[in-house]
Design a protein around this ligand. Sequence first.
Ligand SMILES: [Zn+2]
Length: 412
Amino acid sequence: MQKALRARYILFCGSQPLYGYSVIVNNDKIEDILPNSEVNKNKYKIINLEDCILMPGFINAHIHLELNWIRRKLIPFNSFSSWLAQIIDLKKQTSKKEMIINSVRKSLKESIDSGVTTIGQISSYNGLDFQEIIRSKIRTVYFFEVVNSTMPNIDKSFFRKLINLDRKDKNGMFNLRLFPHSIYTLDTEKLQNLFKIAQNRKINLGIHLSESRDEIRLIQKKKSGLEDIIFPMLPKRPKIKIKSDSPLSYLNNLNKNKQRILLVHMNNLIKADLKILEREQYGVVLCPRSNLFLNQRLPNLKFFLKYKNIGLGTDGLSSNFSINFLDEIKSLYLHSKKFAKKNCEKIVLEKATIGGARALGIENMVGTIKKNKKADLIAFRIKNDNPFMSVIDSNNNDLKLSMINGETIKLK
Ligand SMILES: [Zn+2]
């Protein structure tokens, strides 16, 4: 039987909030949007959300589900490179599978509890996260992470299994990407090689980019913490061949075939970078709280609030105090108010939904409420007369419904 989700307000179903409408869900899809008065009670299974705001599910476009365990072990630090040195050390010492799987389980729960229906997951342990993700029923854009030393993983059976799954999956629940970790953990040649593999396999890419001042100094061939602290810890110093003005110009020059690359962070940009972004329209993910956590400046919000292909991410618990997506939304909102004097609430929620979908390249499937899109929907109890403000002001307790691919995951 088809479901009718009967709500007080519906957001992101056209340019203005709808009042007193229902979303009709048939299997995995949104079939129609009807005025409540036209919803025949005998034809549909009615889900009553009349004290709620119904909207597209949140998209946490950048998360590391596997890294919760790090938070407990981190000691205070005062620079990006001294943080990264700790992460490298901790990862070397710790290889307990159960601990990592536990991290994944907890992160998935926190994501779903805060209204997330799609994650952009960075997978760093060659598939330890995989079973838990499938079990959770969350929609996943799965970024298979590679650094110099893990390059051989792309020739192993698990990665081949992922490629098959990506091809076979008709529901769009699993979407594979390749994720070169950063420009400073890969030889230029290896990075070029990954571009080639991605092109041959028809997979899009993602990368952490322009995250720290050290990264900029490195690419400009200046003295940096990466050179002094990080490279001596690695099995081999990465062979980065080209000197460039910025990480983005380096990457963009290597991207000869204009492949689709998701750029994560982008909080340390030069003017020329903004021109490249305007021209190439790369997808970007901002992780504002992670940037502050790592002693970095915030992204250029004046520019990015107007940028179209842009999503929001919590990053992992290795560089944030929570992976609760509502916390990230509130934080972006507070930092954005001075730049978006009008409709800031709506703009921020767009980044948390359709913006993330565009950045991840799945905007045809999710991100708005539209006929034939996937039924990835959430509902929050009304807390404020302005429905956008109401959602921004919400907490986990206010989440009444979560539906992914037409299946009810949570209903209070
Ligand atoms: Zn990250």
